[in-house]
Write a protein that binds this ligand. Sequence first.
Ligand SMILES: [Zn+2]
Length: 433
Amino acid sequence: MKNCSLIIKGKYVLTMDDKMSVFNDGVVAVDDDEIIAIGEKEILEKYKSEKIIDAGNSIIMPGLINTHTHAAMAYFRGLADDLPLPVWLEKHIWPAEAKYVNKNFVKKASALACLEMIKSGVTCFNDMYFFEQETASVASRIGMRALIGEVILDFHTPSCKTPKEALKKTEEMILKYKDSELISVAVAPHSIYTCSEENLSKSKELADKYSINLHIHISETEKENKDCLRDNEKSPVKYLDELGILNNKTIAAHSIWLDDEDIEIYKNRQVKISHCPISNMKLASGIMNFKKMRESGLVISLGTDGAASNNTLDLFSEMRACALLHKVNNLNPEIASATEIVKAATINGAKILGMDDKIGSLEIGKKADIITVNLNKPHLTPIYNPCSHLVYAVNLADVENVIVNGKLIMQNREVLGLDEDRILEEACKFKRN
Ligand SMILES: [Zn+2]
C-alpha cells in the first residue's frame, strides 16, 4: 500500500477526460497537488491516506471554471438592473466605479466573489478589473486558481491614470506571478470601444513578449458592431484581426454579433470564446451563434461576467441557461447537449485559459481541482446520467466539498480559513454607506 495525501470516494467519478469516462463507486487518490490514481474500488487496495473524504451518494468531478468575470463587481450586484448595456455602463456602473472603487474595495469585494464562487463549485476564474493585484492576493490567500488581468482603458481609471500605467502594472504582475502555482496573468484591454489602436497593439505586444493570454470583450452589443462598421468600415473581429490582435491566446468574451466571415476568422486564428448567456440575456445584448460556432469547431467555455450584470457568479445557472437558450433559439432540443455544456464549464474552460495540461478533467498527472456534488436530495433523485443532473437539476447549494491544487478549501459547505460572516457584514456595510 502506498501512502497519499488525500482519497476521495463516492457514487460517481465524472472524469471529463477524452473518453468521458465515468467510474461507478469511484475513487480518486491525490498526493500533494496532483491526481495519482483514479478508478473504481481497486484503488483502495493500492493507496491509503490519513485523509479520506467519503462523499457517499455524490458526483465527484473537476472544479468548474468561470472564464469571464469581474470579481470585485460583486459589490455592485443589483445596483442597476433592467437597462440597455450602454446606459447601464455609462450612467450607473462607471459613475459608481469612479466613486467607490479603490484598493480596499477590490480587496473586500473580491473576497465576497471568491466566497460565492467556491460555494458554487468554481475552482478557477478568469478576471478583468481594477487593482487586480488585490484580487490576485485574495484568490491566492484563499487557495483558488485565477487568471488575473488589470483592465486597460484609454482613460483615467480608479487604479491607473493612463493606459501606460495599466500596462506597467500588468507587466509587474506577470513577473511577480511567473512561478505561482495558482495565479497566472493575462493582458486585459477592455474592448475596441474603450481602447485605441495604439493601446490594443501595445497590449498585444506585451502578451506576445511573455507568450500569455490576451483577454478582451468582443462584439458584445449591436451598437459596438454598428459603430465599428461606421468608423472603420469593418466588423470588430475584422478590425482586431487586421491589427494583428487575434490568435490562439485571445480569450474573447461574448462574441455575439459575429457574421460568417468573423466566425471564419475566429476559426483560422483559433480564438478562444467565453460565452456569457445570462449577462447577454439580462442586458438583452443578443444571442451568440452557438450552433454555427460549434459546427466550425470553435471551443466554447462559460463565463458569468460580473455580478452586476448576471447577478450571481453561479456556473450551474449559467450551464442551464446556456443549454435552454440555444435549444429554444434553434427550435432544436438536440443543440447544446448536457454533456457538451458540462464540457464548456470544465475541460473547455481549461482549454480556453491554456491550462488544459493542468486542470479541467480528472486524470492522472493533472492538478487536483475537484468538487463533490451531493445527490441525496429530492430534486436529484433518481439519477440516470450525471451530466443531465449537473445541467438541468443541480443547484449551487448541492456542492459539498471543494479541493484546489490538492488542498481542501470547502468541507461540507464550510469554506475553511475564511470568516464568512465578516465577509458578508463588510458587504452590507459597504451598501449602507
Ligand atoms: Zn465583462
